[in-house]
Design a protein around this ligand. Structure first.
Ligand SMILES: [Zn+2]
Length: 330
């Protein structure tokens, strides 16, 4: 049986802002007021989400702490280049990185154009055989007018983004009101993925239904909690929706009580198209090899199941098929 490090892997749900080398944090952290941890334990306690959190909000707070690293063009380019090279070094051949322009901007005097340009520089300067796609994120907590600005930016740059996403706290922030922004983006050729169904409550399942019926999503970020709703499972299958499952993330955000409770296998058995993804690798102290190993060891996926997930990701990717094929044969 192949070791997870030898498998040519995919990741179509990975937040760029949650990719950072520990060494890079040590090197540039003090320039932006992030205390440099004295030892590994302090680093884990202060910067990583390595223990199960009560809810998604706590995890998002962890995200906020590392945002300061993305402070200027040079840092953004470096962090992006390292993220791409780290994925490629673990035999990831297709990665879709997503980021939120206004989250990185954080009210500072750096334009969306400068941020995006620095990210593209990072991707282009990476020395790696890997197909990379960029997804722009709209945060559902933004007022509609702000979300509109971000959506306009992503749509205007449809030649360098492959898709658009709706992310952040899904409770109390239904996606419906953003439907029109997403329709416009889709008309410009961008793929649509929506974070929904991440939490085990009815509102979260409604978000999945809305994403499909009102926003014409191509993929759902997480979506695991459709598992107890046969009608919703059918809707996902009928609309050929691929789920971007992120098992460690679901455990650490408290979406599932224990890894054994992850419905990954059940969703596959029900006929849902599933994929294996990291979500926030550095923040969770995981990587691609460890997440694929977890799929085999803790979720009960066979080598054939894992192959199927990789094929699902390639088929559902917003990156064009030719680029993916080229990366695969490199
Ligand atoms: Zn996510």
């Amino acid at each position: 049986m192949k070791n997870s490090s030898d498998i040519l892997k995919t990741d179509i749900h990975c937040h760029l802002e949650a990719c950072f080398r520990h060494q890079t944090l040590i090197e540039i952290g003090d320039r932006v007021g992030l205390p440099v941890p004295a030892d590994v334990d302090t680093f884990k306690r202060d910067y990583l989400v390595a223990d199960q959190k009560e809810n998604l909000a706590e995890m998002i707070a962890g995200f906020d702490r590392v945002r300061a690293l993305w402070f200027d063009r040079e840092a953004i380019t470096r962090l992006t280049k390292e993220a791409v090279e780290d994925a490629a070094a673990q035999n990831v051949r297709l990665i879709e990185l997503r980021y939120s322009p206004d989250f990185i901007q954080n009210g500072r005097n750096i334009s969306f154009e400068a941020i995006h340009g620095a990210i593209l520089d990072g991707i282009n300067s990476a020395n790696a055989d890997i197909a990379v796609g960029l997804i722009g994120i709209i945060r559902r907590t933004l007022p509609l007018a702000e979300a509109q600005k971000v959506a306009d930016f992503i749509t205007a740059n449809a030649d360098s983004f492959v898709g658009i996403d709706l992310a952040d706290q899904e409770l109390d922030y239904p996606g419906r009101e953003f439907a029109q922004l997403f329709r416009k983006a889709k008309a410009r050729g961008l793929g649509l993925t929506i974070h929904a169904g991440e939490i085990s409550v009815e509102e979260s399942r409604i978000n999945v239904r809305d994403a499909i019926e009102q926003m014409a999503a191509d993929r759902i970020g997480h979506g695991l909690h459709i598992i107890n709703d046969p009608d919703l499972i059918q809707l996902v299958i009928d609309n050929d929706i691929t789920l971007e499952l992120c098992p460690t993330s679901n455990l650490l955000t408290g979406s599932i009580p224990a890894i054994e409770d992850h419905p990954f296998r059940k969703l596959m058995d029900a006929g849902v198209k599933t994929t294996i993804n990291t979500d926030d690798p550095s923040l969770f102290a995981i990587d691609w090899n460890s997440e694929y190993a977890l799929a085999k060891d803790s979720l009960g996926l066979t080598p054939a199941d894992i192959d199927q997930c990789i094929e699902n990701a390639k088929a559902a990717s917003f990156v064009n098929g030719e680029t993916i094929t080229k990366a695969w044969s490199a």
